[in-house]
Ligand binder design. Structure first.
Ligand SMILES: Cc1cc2nc3c(=O)[nH]c(=O)nc-3n(C[C@H](O)[C@H](O)[C@H](O)COP(=O)(O)O)c2cc1C
Length: 317
């Protein structure tokens, strides 16, 4: 038995059984199996696909990924082959992926999301879809993830298109202000979300002081990596305490996880599983290291299962 087959790390996400709680985040692990040459996918809990849209997208011109002192700035612009090519060319590969595959969906209208969800729902190899709601709503002008009413409508419509497939909603950290993350999360749950992923990248910008131009062709982008980790811990904690624990809706924590203790922090804050993204660019084998470290943490804390740690942060210092 390798440590990442450790049965104590088995995780249940709304009825989906994962071998461990370490998941590869959307957009950082290819369409489904591209990392297989450098990372044994049978040792991760699941992989999330790149966000798939109704139509193909080429995304933004370069530069669209730029390193910062504590993470990455990206404005990929949702480059992806679109759902028709996904169904023709990627779906046939899914049965050979040795872990669970979660289908990420993006769109600019409710109908777009529902269309892609309906197609993914026909794939038995995809037990859950994850809605990337950090996308501008062309009809409403704001992001889906910032407006509880619009998000409620989106989640309810997608829910109606799904059969057995679980529905995961990946919230946008823009909801840090008002309405807050808890209100947005509550709307998603009320509309039928089975799982919440918290959170996507944080809007950010960098400037090259020599050329005096923005470092990204898109001018602004999303910040990920170690810089965002404490923000993710707070958002997971807020939503767990504010709504998810009572509603018994599991949270997947994501943001700056690069070692087992980052993952453990999100689990203590209330996450039942974690996703890793930016670290994969520097160390694609990091998920194996993180899963092993979580096993050793359970030993040191004398706790029998990883589920026993969810939300177990103690009060005060
Ligand atoms: C290059 C890159 C591409 C990404 N593409 C997507 C995407 O297609 N859909 C999505 O929901 N999130 C996407 N994300 C966000 C990640 O899934 C994750 O939420 C975020 O990077 C925070 O996690 P991390 O700090 O571990 O990277 C992307 C992130 C990066 C760095």
């Amino acid at each position: 038995m390798t440590r990442s087959d450790d049965p104590r790390l088995r995780t249940d996400l709304a009825g989906i059984s994962l071998r461990n709680p370490v998941i590869l985040a959307a957009g950082t692990a290819g369409l489904c199996d591209e990392l297989a040459g450098v990372l044994d996918l049978s040792r991760v809990g699941a992989v999330v696909t790149k966000s798939i849209t109704r139509e193909p997208r080429t995304g933004n011109p370069t530069w669209r990924i730029v390193p910062t002192k504590a993470g990455l700035l990206n404005a990929i612009g949702l480059a992806n082959p679109g759902i028709d090519r996904f169904m023709d060319e990627i779906a046939p590969r899914l049965a050979d992926v040795p872990t669970k595959v979660i289908g990420s969906i993006a769109g600019t209208s409710i109908e777009d999301y529902a269309h892609v969800a309906g197609a993914m729902d026909t794939l038995t190899e995809i037990p859950a879809v994850e809605l990337n709601v950090s996308c501008p709503n062309v009809h409403g002008g704001t992001e889906f993830g910032t407006d509880p009413e619009v998000l409620h409508r989106l989640v309810a419509e997608v829910r109606a298109r799904l059969g057995q497939t679980k529905l995961c909603v990946k919230l946008s950290p823009i909801a840090v202000g008002r309405p807050g993350m808890v209100e947005v999360a509550a709307a998603a749950i009320e509309a039928g979300a089975d799982i919440l992923t918290i959170a996507n990248t944080i809007p950010a910008m960098g400037i090259d002081v020599r050329t005096r131009r923005p470092v990204l062709s898109n001018i602004t982008g999303g910040l990920s990596g170690p810089a965002v980790h404490p923000v993710a811990v707070k958002l997971v904690h807020d939503v767990y305490v504010g709504v998810a624990k009572k509603a018994r809706v599991p949270i997947v924590g994501v943001g700056g996880v690069s070692s087992w203790d980052d993952a453990a922090e999100l689990i203590l804050a209330g996450a039942g599983a974690v996703q890793v993204g930016t670290i994969l660019f520097a160390d694609p084998k990091a998920p194996i290291r993180i899963a092993r470290g979580l096993g050793r943490w359970l030993d040191s804390q004398r706790i029998g299962t990883i589920g026993g740690m969810v939300g177990q942060v103690l009060d005060g210092r």
